[in-house]
Design a protein around this ligand. Structure first.
Ligand SMILES: O=C(O)CCC(=O)C(=O)O
Ligand SMILES: [Fe+2]
Length: 196
């Protein structure tokens, strides 16, 4: 148990390092200072969620994780070789084929909102398999477990112009996540209720 928890802490640390680098690159991609997204605390919350999907004798009758986009700023996901993750692309479900040693990085809803749709939060789901159990580890970057976080998030002012007006109203992370959780997975997209 202790060995496992040490491994998890080390994993969390390494994924945080990777997340910080990605936030720098994403800031630059938006034309902002490299430290912009970490300066506004997009990395100030890390949740590791380990998923276990048992093999399913009738996969066509079940779903592993229903259709959703993540409520986070960003998610770094590690899936094993069994596969099952799919993303919605042009109204079709596309398999994300496992690549050994590779992470999957999802833009989350909060990053879509603050980037004013420059980045899009991908919808995804997990289908079950009958061959073997599947394990995945999701690392969510979101500060909703920081009850003291009073920062309001809305489209980044530096990105806005007459041609690019704000598409979302400002929100606290915890208010967005509360709304997201209240409507549940497989429902309409929670972001639409924050659109101006
Ligand atoms: O298990 C996976 O591959 C994805 C899980 C997921 O979408 C999530 O935890 O938000
Ligand atoms: Fe997800």
């Amino acid at each position: 148990m202790l060995i496992c928890s040490n491994t998890m802490f080390e994993y969390a640390k390494q994924v945080m390092n990777l997340g910080n680098t990605l936030f720098e690159l994403l800031s630059e991609a938006l034309g902002l200072d490299p430290s912009y997204l970490t300066d506004i605390d997009c990395n100030q919350g890390q949740i590791l969620l380990c998923h276990y999907f048992p093999p399913c004798p009738q996969p066509e009758l079940a779903i592993g994780t229903s259709r959703h986009s993540d409520s986070t700023f960003m998610t770094i996901l590690l899936q094993d070789e069994i596969g099952g993750l799919q993303i919605l692309h042009e109204d079709r479900w596309v398999d994300v084929t496992p690549t050994p040693g590779a992470f999957i990085v999802n833009i989350g809803d909060l990053l879509q909102m603050i980037s004013n749709d420059a980045f899009i939060s991908v919808e995804h789901r997990v289908v079950v398999k009958n061959i073997a159990p599947r394990v995945s580890i999701a690392c969510f970057f979101s500060s909703h477990f920081h009850p003291a976080s009073t920062r309001m998030y809305g489209p980044i002012k530096e990105l806005l112009s007459d041609d690019n007006p704000p598409l979302y109203r400002e929100t606290l992370v915890r208010d967005y996540v509360k709304h997201y959780n209240s409507i549940g997975l497989d429902a309409k997209n929670a972001m639409s209720d924050f659109r101006l």
